[in-house]
Ligand binder design. Structure first.
Ligand SMILES: C[S@@+](CC[C@H](N)C(=O)[O-])C[C@H]1O[C@@H](n2cnc3c(N)ncnc32)[C@H](O)[C@@H]1O
Length: 239
């Protein structure tokens, strides 16, 4: 019997992730994820789907050393048959991704990316901008926590880029974004609109407050505000 290891994602999100890899045509060869946590969520389900496909390799990035060590042991225990398809990468995504891209050299094609790292909404933007040039038309991307702070910039930014088609699923309270690349690069107009939206989001009062206040105090202050002010400050998003 397979060992049960801890992981996040709802049952519906695990199904969407597995099916995206199983039904992809051509089958993904190069898969990267940010934020493995303990391995029983995205990492396990990606590896099982690759194993079922009979091809593909996953590079999984994790920034917390204790979690990283436990994840390695968990994957070895839960899916030893698929462990050869897995290369763990320790560190922060903004440093690991450029190094990984440089090591792979020219001709790198990232067929599938899963973004589920830290809560700072700038991270998914940067991870996407680093990976996008290496994702071919037809390549897929998923990002978790689309309806909370992690996805606060990325969801509207990607929706405005016309070289990707994206949607957010109500697959859990926090939401999962799924997207497919449909053209090599964005039109100038769509890139300008997405960049302007990103600048507006970063200038929201709640974002300017974020680095200045401890999050507990910020949450308390925001909860005390009238509903109308709260929505104006938060831009309709939950912190
Ligand atoms: C929400 S958990 C990931 C859950 C996992 N995908 C699953 O399905 O079970 C986020 C993980 O990302 C890691 N993390 C946070 N910021 C990161 C970063 N900048 N780069 C890489 N990993 C990061 C955290 O240590 C944590 O383990």
């Amino acid at each position: 019997m397979q060992a049960v290891i801890e992981g996040q994602l709802s049952g519906e999100e695990r199904r969407l992730l597995s099916e995206a890899i199983l039904h992809s045509n051509p089958k993904p060869e190069t898969v990267i994820e940010v934020g493995t946590w303990l391995g029983g969520g995205s990492t396990l389900h990606i590896l099982q789907a690759l194993q079922q496909n009979g091809c593909g390799h996953l590079w999984g990035i994790e920034a917390d050393h204790g979690i990283y060590e436990r994840m390695l042991a968990n994957i070895q225990k839960a899916v030893p048959e698929a462990a050869a398809r897995f290369t763990p990468l320790f560190g922060l995504s903004d440093q690991v991704i450029p190094k990984w891209i440089a090591e792979k050299g020219t001709g790198l094609r990232v067929d599938f990316a899963f973004l589920d790292g830290g809560d700072n909404p700038n991270e998914q933007i940067l991870e996407f901008q680093q990976l996008d040039p290496h994702i071919p038309i037809g390549g897929q991307l998923m990002a978790h926590d689309a309806r909370v702070r992690k996805g606060k910039y990325f969801v509207p930014y990607l929706a405005l880029l016309d070289h990707w088609r994206s949607q957010v699923h109500n697959s859990s309270e926090v939401g999962l974004l799924t997207a497919t690349k449909i053209a090599e690069s964005p039109s100038d107009e769509s890139l300008a609109a997405a960049s302007a939206a990103l600048r507006r989001l970063r200038r929201q009062p709640s974002e300017l407050l974020a680095p200045l206040l401890p999050s507990k105090l910020k949450g308390f202050i925001l909860k005390m505000l009238p509903r109308r002010w709260f929505q104006a400050l938060m831009g309709g998003h939950r912190s």
